[in-house]
Design a protein around this ligand. Sequence first.
Ligand SMILES: Nc1ncnc2c1ncn2[C@@H]1O[C@H](COP(=O)(O)OP(=O)(O)OP(=O)(O)O)[C@@H](O)[C@H]1O
Ligand SMILES: [Mg+2]
Length: 486
Amino acid sequence: MRARILIVDDDPDILLGLENRVTWMGHEPLTADNGKDGLRLIQQEEPDLVLLDIQLPGLSGLEVLQQVKELTDRDHSANDAPHLGFGPTTPPIVMLTAFGTIERAVQAMQLGAIDFVTKPFTGDHITVVINKALALIALRRRVGALQQEVDDRYGPVVGNNVKFVSQLNLARQAAASSVTVLILGETGTGKEVVARSIHHWSPRKSKPFVAVNCAAIPKDLLENELFGHEKGAFTGAVKREAGKIEIAEGGTVFLDEIGDMSLQLQSHLLRVLQDQTFYRVGGTTSVHSDVRFIAATNKDLKQAIRQGAFREDLYYRLEVISVTLPPLRERMEDVPALADYFLSRAGKLGLQKRCTLSEPAVRLLTQYRWPGNIRELENVLTRAYILCPGNVIEPEHLHLSSEQTAPFQEAVPPTSSRLYHERTEAYSRWILEDALKRNDWNQTRAAEELGLQRTYFTKLLRQKQIPGRPPKTPPASPPEQDADHR
Ligand SMILES: Nc1ncnc2c1ncn2[C@@H]1O[C@H](COP(=O)(O)OP(=O)(O)OP(=O)(O)O)[C@@H](O)[C@H]1O
Ligand SMILES: [Mg+2]
């Protein structure tokens, strides 16, 4: 990297020496012999790095630093950007201090200077300091770029469905405090999107958001992943290492797939939730932590409690506020907006084309049952965007399985009768079958969803001779939807 480096010093010999050194290192030097000019050049020329003498006539080095700090703070509050140590107009600063001014150098570090060099210094010393500062800048830029990539991936939350919006509002209200939030929903319904949004809406947003997938990490390694370990805790533990909870200090830990956590680890987690302390693996002293926990699962935790696989006390700790995301098939009105959003995002894949959906394609998207929910919709559209030869996506480019598609004709309860009693009977059969289907034929959950006692639900199934297992064809869509299409 060829960096632009500003040198501010009132000693002409030092100024010239540093200018030559910077040029020799292959960078571009800028110079100022007083604080006022230095500050002006920082704002006008946007240098990558500043070497700033602490003792300057007029505006001192510390005063320049103070003003730069004010610019940084203003930038951050204006941009709402994470605090990376400096903003676009506020470069990192290395202080040049005379022997005997160490106290002021410490003051400078407190004001945000990244390093200091005591005069007199050698050329080699200053080379090392500049290289170290530039490595830090490169690292911070890389972090900024990665952060941007993640933000782009989890961009705006799209959706107007009433149930979805009410759950999102609940999440937004929960964000202001540090309460634990449990996010429930089938796979691909946007649990991680909502978890990241809660973090972003919270006062912790400038601190880390750290996600831990409890299902992806082998059970015996998860404890180490979360709590870290002490040196010598196990073979290969050559030094103390921080776990995800320590890394997220001040921020949010997202425990994804919490239903897959072992009972032993659940008890350790419970302790963190109760008194904000934990032990590193192999550790004997407790570590205090200040993190907010958000957990998510697509499993039925109440059932897991009944089966003895999930601790009831942990469940109640986690679900102080619980947010339930509806599956996509229950918010079909959001499909067109989500589809538009994913197509606009697909435009970033490097292909120079803009694609739209034909009317039959939109209709097909809104008839499909979306077992993989929003993630499946995203994948289907990305694939269609890449594979469709023109700019209009037709049904055949979507490659949707016909098994999951409820065609328009089937979207009526199975009766041609116009008689009141026959039609209500057909509707109530449809409601029961639909609830069973949507809950994977789990009668307890289906009954819960319909607000019925389990015993009454079973009685209804028996009365109406509805089998408690999958029928050969999928149940029809709700009658109101059918009316909408007519
Ligand atoms: N409301 C939404 N608006 C825009 N994009 C969304 C929305 N919900 C989900 N997505 C997108 O859908 C994909 C799946 O979302 P996410 O990873 O949050 O789902 P999930 O519920 O955590 O899934 P899983 O249970 O499989 O982990 C992501 O690429 C995400 O960007
Ligand atoms: Mg997820």
